[in-house]
Design a protein around this ligand. Structure first.
Ligand code: HAM
Length: 424
């Protein structure tokens, strides 16, 4: 039985095959996202993976609606697997916004499902780091959010040479659209055409733009001129003040595919422009109002960063995080008569918070040692009886191959003291 196309199995390292996905790497990405979000004062939330279909048909836009996994459940409800987190967040915040002081700064790491045509960087499920701020109309929030996006990539070792945030504005495009007398009913079609500008051929774009009453030349000239709006200039200055100026550039190619964006929008790309967007987001000041049926009106903004393109970028830039020792120790049983004492020591070490494994059944000591290496242990610990009859623990550091003999009660302290990585 094969897994479905576009879905992934995550294996512990070392991976049996280069094309498989690492459960360890996934864990490290999640940890980094959590750490950085908390540094910025964001709180974690979560919602259901299955939602009423209508939540996504209201305002996500045709593209994402066409990619929904949806069905009728046994209670005759039209439901969908979540393709994105933002409508769920808007629903959750609208339901209980009074409980929370504004601005609300929340993050989540949902698994999302989109029935997309499979291609590089696009699968049918992915994990997405979402960070959103609700209840703050000032563009200072836009800058804060972009700073968080930059820092969550920097925390993985990526630099201004690896990625760039392309900053743009739906407002600027909206004004362009009005200036050129665009039909208000077709504005989203226009936005979608601009969104695909870099992927479609000039001919195809030109045809679509002409049908909307625009010319490719006028659109390209606007992008080339690249004049920041007053709002965008404030965001750029704010990021420069944080020493993050090198990570952002104004680029009106970006407009975002989702329908609900209203103000500043941005996408993170690899510098060489070979990969799809790593992350995307922006302001969506009307979504909470829409989803709450006009009950709650809260300005909002956020971004989503997927694990798929990010992993491709980490691989391409040689920055996949090295895997750390997975175990603090393997207790080796050289003398089976000391199994009860070894069980006792193992338990003591685990109680002290050490990660410890041992051979469940008798096996040769060299096999146990090899297994310790395979499991990525930092140490081996072998109990032995001293001539005086007392027990001693031989603790071997697998990085330096140095051995020490200590009393069993001192092993935990030794294991917890910092050791060099095994392949150092
Ligand atoms: P999005 O641009 O649709 O935005 O997705 C954000 C990121 O998720 C993309 O840049 C990409 O890295 C990743 N991604 C999306 N679809 C796939 C896929 N099929 N396979 C792999 N990765 C994918 C949103 O979803 C917005 N809800 C983000 C947001 C949050 N806006 C405001 N708050």
């Amino acid at each position: 039985m094969e897994r479905l196309p576009g879905f992934r199995d995550f294996y512990p390292e070392p991976l049996p095959h280069a094309d498989l996905w690492s459960a360890d790497l996934r864990q490290r990405l999640f940890q980094t996202w959590r750490d950085v979000a908390r540094r910025y004062g964001f709180r974690e939330y979560d919602g259901p993976p299955l939602e009423p279909l209508e939540l996504f048909t209201i305002k996500s836009g045709d593209e994402i609606v066409g990619q929904l996994y949806h069905f009728t459940d046994k209670g005759d409800r039209a439901v969908a697997l979540r393709p994105e987190m933002t409508p769920t967040l808007a629903r959750m915040v609208a339901a209980h916004e009074r409980t929370y002081k504004k601005p609300i700064k929340w993050f989540a790491i949902p698994q999302l499902f989109r029935y997309e045509r499979q291609q590089k960087g696009r699968l049918r499920e992915h994990f997405q780091f979402n960070a959103d701020i609700l209840g703050e109309p000032d563009v200072a929030a836009d800058a804060e959010l972009i700073a968080l996006l930059i820092d969550s990539l920097r925390a993985l070792g990526l630099t201004a040479e690896d990625f760039v945030i392309r900053l743009s504005s739906r407002n600027a495009w909206h004004e362009f659209y009005l200036r050129h007398h665009g039909d208000p009913a077709r504005e989203y079609d226009f936005f979608q055409t601009v969104d695909k500008l870099e992927r479609d051929t000039p001919d195809a774009t030109d045809k679509k733009l002409t049908a909307l009453g625009f010319s490719l030349e006028a659109v390209s000239a606007f992008i080339r001129a690249g004049q920041p709006t007053a709002e965008l200039q404030i965001i750029l200055d704010n990021l420069a003040a944080r020493g993050m100026g090198d990570y952002v550039k104004l680029d009106y190619h970006v407009i975002r595919g989702l329908a609900y964006y209203t103000g500043a929008v941005f996408e993170a790309f690899d510098r060489r422009g070979r990969l799809r967007a790593i992350a995307g987001g922006g302001r969506y000041d009307n979504l909470v109002k829409l989803i709450s049926g006009n009950r709650v009106d809260l300005p909002a903004l956020g971004f989503g960063m997927g694990d798929v393109v990010l992993t491709e970028l980490l691989k391409a830039s040689g920055r996949l995080p090295a895997s750390h020792a997975l175990l603090d120790a393997v207790c080796i049983i050289q003398d089976e008569s000391l199994r009860p004492e070894t069980l006792n020591l193992t338990q003591q070490l685990r109680d002290a918070g050490c990660r410890v494994d041992f051979a469940l059944t008798p096996s040769k000591p060299d096999k146990q040692f090899k297994r310790a290496l395979d499991l990525g242990a930092a140490h081996t610990v072998t109990l032995e009886r001293a001539p005086a009859g007392n027990l001693l623990a031989r603790v071997k550091c697998l990085a330096t191959r140095q051995e020490q003999r200590v009393a069993p009660a001192d092993v935990a302290r030794l294991l917890m003291s910092p050791t060099p990585p095994r392949d150092a």
